[in-house]
Design a protein around this ligand. Structure first.
Ligand code: AMP
Ligand code: ZN
Ligand code: FE
Ligand code: FE
Length: 280
């Protein structure tokens, strides 16, 4: 039984449609896949239709951008009610802020490199969740950089001159909203040092107090020492342990099923959720 609980489609910053992600999941031999686009559930319905066609089980999810003490925290939500007003409000605000922030970054970049907002708009689906990867794709199309990785290492780095922040809710508030929406909150790649600063254990403990259900321990951005520490912490705080790929199609090297989640853990996630059901 192969279970991968973290993937992205072109509804956010993956390169495949939601249906193609599900098709690729079936080809990779997965029995269960979660679609977790950044701050949107717009891909759920077409992914669900494809899951039924392919005989793959789909866990509808979302990856919520949040912050704690100025540090970016990604929160996976599984099986929440997509119509919950409080949660919708927050992610709509985030998506809007992502858009104005991307426009501002492009304005700054355009002073030094050949890029315009039209180039970026070409890379984004209507109503999609805009991120730095779309700016990266526009830079690739213009021949400024070779690929997304090069763009993130240089021009789009959070430490660079063109970086602009976007609105995101506080991490504890995000956990509470997911729980209120009947979802199951799991902290994504909790110790992904390469992406920037990560929060300390006390922040994770306060999220656990608010209802955090689990930690995504097995993710390529948590190194071996980080995984060992997170396993200890999950025992201490009585949290579930998940593993996932964070697949983005060809937008990242992460391969479907490169990390997986135990069936018992998925069963526990299903048992705790009341917002919506696993499809298939
Ligand atoms: P943003 O949320 O707009 O600040 O962009 C960050 C997103 O870009 C992350 O959630 C990743 O999915 C993606 N990302 C981060 N680093 C890289 C990279 N080196 N190559 C491709 N995508 C990346
Ligand atoms: Zn992403
Ligand atoms: Fe993430
Ligand atoms: Fe992700």
């Amino acid at each position: 039984m192969l279970i991968d609980l973290h993937t992205h489609s072109a509804v956010s910053d993956g390169t495949q449609s939601p249906a193609q992600v599900v098709h690729s999941a079936a080809e990779a031999g997965l029995d269960v896949v979660a679609l977790t686009d950044h701050d949107t559930t717009a891909g759920w319905s077409s992914a669900a239709e494809q899951a039924v066609r392919e005989g793959v089980r789909l866990v509808p999810g979302m990856e919520i951008s949040s912050t704690a003490e100025g540090i970016s925290v990604h929160l996976l939500s599984y099986l929440h009610d997509p119509g919950h007003a409080g949660l919708l409000d927050v992610v709509e605000r985030t998506r809007h802020s992502r858009l104005t922030r991307a426009e501002r970054m492009v304005e700054l970049l355009s002073r030094d490199v050949d890029i315009s907002w039209d180039d970026v708009r070409d890379q984004v689906q209507d109503g999609g969740s805009v991120g730095r990867p779309h700016i990266a794709d526009a830079l690739v199309a213009r021949g400024v950089v070779r690929d997304r990785t090069e763009a993130f290492a240089g021009l789009l780095s959070a430490r660079g001159a063109y970086y602009v922040r976007h609105y995101a809710p506080d991490a504890v508030q995000a956990v509470r909203l997911v729980v209120a929406a009947g979802g199951v909150p799991v902290m994504a790649h909790p110790m992904a040092h390469l992406r920037g600063r990560v929060v300390g254990d006390e922040v994770i403990a306060s999220m656990a107090d608010a209802g955090l259900a689990g930690l995504e321990v097995y993710h390529r951005d948590n190194d071996g020492a980080a995984q060992a520490h997170l396993l200890d912490l999950s025992r201490e705080l009585d949290l579930l342990v998940t593993g996932s790929s964070d697949y983005h199609g060809t937008g990242k090297p992460n391969m479907l099923a490169e990390n997986t989640t135990e069936p018992e853990v998925l069963a526990e996630i299903e048992a705790r959720a009341s917002g919506t059901r696993v499809v298939g």
